[in-house]
Design a protein around this ligand. Structure first.
Ligand code: GAP
Length: 455
């Protein structure tokens, strides 16, 4: 399958089967906003629940946080986001399309290094090389100018007399500004982490590629506080854990790679960063990140807020500002990469079968109960009623049995349970495995434990 085909097919399946719809569709949409339908909302929730269990509940060195999206604007001044969270952009004077200057150069001149270049350097490169507009082919761009990615809004009835507040551009700052609260209340000893899942907002210049780069997205992230001398050991450890998570959630490891940030590319807060990239149909792209943020953030907040952010070591009585290793996981990007990894086409008896081979843990529907005939609906429903307390289940009565299998394959349901006329006699049903399509006859009274064993 050609790569572009794969993307088109996944986007089309997402709409057809209720995973993802264009945002505000009936009003013509709002560019790069997406709504998650019944299957997508459940898939996204299952991934975030699995992440929370994997990185928080199953460990004793991690605690959770659910912070406000709006914070005192001084947080974003102290963090450097007001001054440094910028991209350079240019507009095509001919077709009015807008482009990120660094992306424009990278695409036109792949050998050129753009990391760390100033706006005027980027501008000069575009002009010197007469880079064409990818949309209309003209060479006629405005001068490059800086654009801050933080979304601004105002609190109160009038916007004129209040200072702007920002929709958070990353989760991390809420972990840092709460660090003192955690020290005072949670009894955690270093090393430990504060984890959070939530919405972030970035006024991206060139969003796109479906749910890959959007202006509003969900992040799963933790700040892991360590002694300075331990950061490298913990950095290596978390990289291994991130790889273990990839396999657990069903992201095809063969299509991932680790890329080290060059010195010029590092964010203003980081001394070392790695990206875990995924080979998407539109090239190698960042999926997750792992950064060593030093003590930059806590130190800044201590200076700017005047509050003591030092940790008191209970054993040595030493007070110090901890250093931070930060693994970060795009949730909406995880949804896309899981779908790209799971999408499969198989030839079955001269027909193409589309299957989402999702990990059973994250499949939106775990079991579907399908009565073979409408006459069997009442009896089959009793089986569904029994199962639904144990597994996310569906009762599906519409269409031929073949069509119903096909629909369940397309939404990634691991097991279908068919209730037929023999079921009335022998008290058994047929369980069909999504991947092997093998069928097995199982006693209804043993069905829950049979499926529990399977999961
Ligand atoms: N606290 C560090 C931080 O926010 P980042 O690399 O800027 O780091 C973290 O973003 C992750 O968020 C990325 O690895 C990616 O998965 C996801 N992400 C970033 N921008 C995004 C966007 N515009 N749309 C969807 N996901 C995005």
């Amino acid at each position: 399958m050609a790569d572009t085909d794969l993307m088109d097919k996944v986007v089309s399946l997402c709409k057809r089967r209720g995973f993802v719809f264009p945002g505000s569709d009936i009003y013509g949409g709002l560019a790069n906003t997406w709504d998650y339908g019944p299957m997508g909302a459940q898939l996204k929730k299952n991934i975030s629940d699995a992440w929370w269990k994997f990185f928080v509940l199953d460990r004793d060195d991690m605690v959770g946080l659910d912070a406000a999206i709006l914070m005192n604007p001084r947080v974003w001044q102290a963090s450097g986001h007001v001054d440094c969270f910028n991209d350079a952009m240019v507009d095509c004077k001919e077709c009015k399309s807008r482009h990120r200057a660094d992306h424009l150069i990278e695409d036109a001149l792949p050998e050129e290094k753009v990391e760390g270049l100033s706006v005027s350097d980027l501008d000069a490169l575009i002009k010197k090389n007469e880079i064409k507009c990818p949309k209309c082919g003209k060479v006629d761009f405005t001068d490059a100018r800086v654009f801050n990615l933080l979304f601004q809004t105002h609190i109160g009835p009038t916007s004129n007399d209040s200072e702007p507040v920002y929709l958070r551009g990353e989760l991390a700052q809420s972990m840092f500004v709460n660090f003192k609260n955690y020290m005072d209340t949670s009894r955690k000893k270093i090393p430990f982490g504060i984890a959070q899942i939530g919405k972030c907002f970035r006024n991206e210049i060139t969003p796109g590629n479906f749910i890959f780069r959007t202006i509003e997205f969900d992040l799963m992230e933790f700040e892991y506080f360590v002694k300075e001398e331990d950061w490298e050991k913990k950095f290596d450890y978390w990289l291994l854990e991130m790889k273990r998570w990839l396999a657990f959630v069903g992201i095809d490891e063969k299509r991932t790679r680790v890329r080290e940030h060059t010195e010029d590319e590092l964010s203003h807060y980081s001394k070392r960063t790695l990206d875990i990239e995924f080979e998407t149909p539109f090239g190698w792209k960042e999926l997750y990140g792992l950064a060593y943020r030093t003590d930059f953030d806590l130190k800044n907040h201590m200076e700017k807020s005047g509050k003591d952010m030092r940790y008191l070591d209970p054993q040595t009585n030493e007070r110090y500002i901890p250093h931070v290793v930060e693994p970060t996981f795009g949730l909406t990007r995880s949804v896309l990469m899981v779908l790209l990894s799971a999408y499969t086409e198989e030839e079955v008896e001269g027909d193409v079968r589309v299957v989402l081979k999702l990990q059973p843990e994250i499949a939106p529907v775990k079991v579907a109960v399908l009565p073979l005939s409408n006459k069997l609906n009442d009896d089959a429903r009793k089986v569904f009623d029994e199962l639904k307390g144990h597994f996310a289940s569906e009762f599906d009565v519409t269409g031929s049995i073949g069509k119903r299998y096909r629909r369940q394959d397309e939404i990634g349901t691991p097991y279908c349970v068919t209730f037929d006329f023999d079921s009335l006699e022998d008290g058994s049903v047929t369980v069909r495995d999504r991947d092997s399509m093998e069928q097995e006859r199982v006693k209804i009274e043993e069905l829950v434990s049979y499926l529990k064993d399977k999961f």
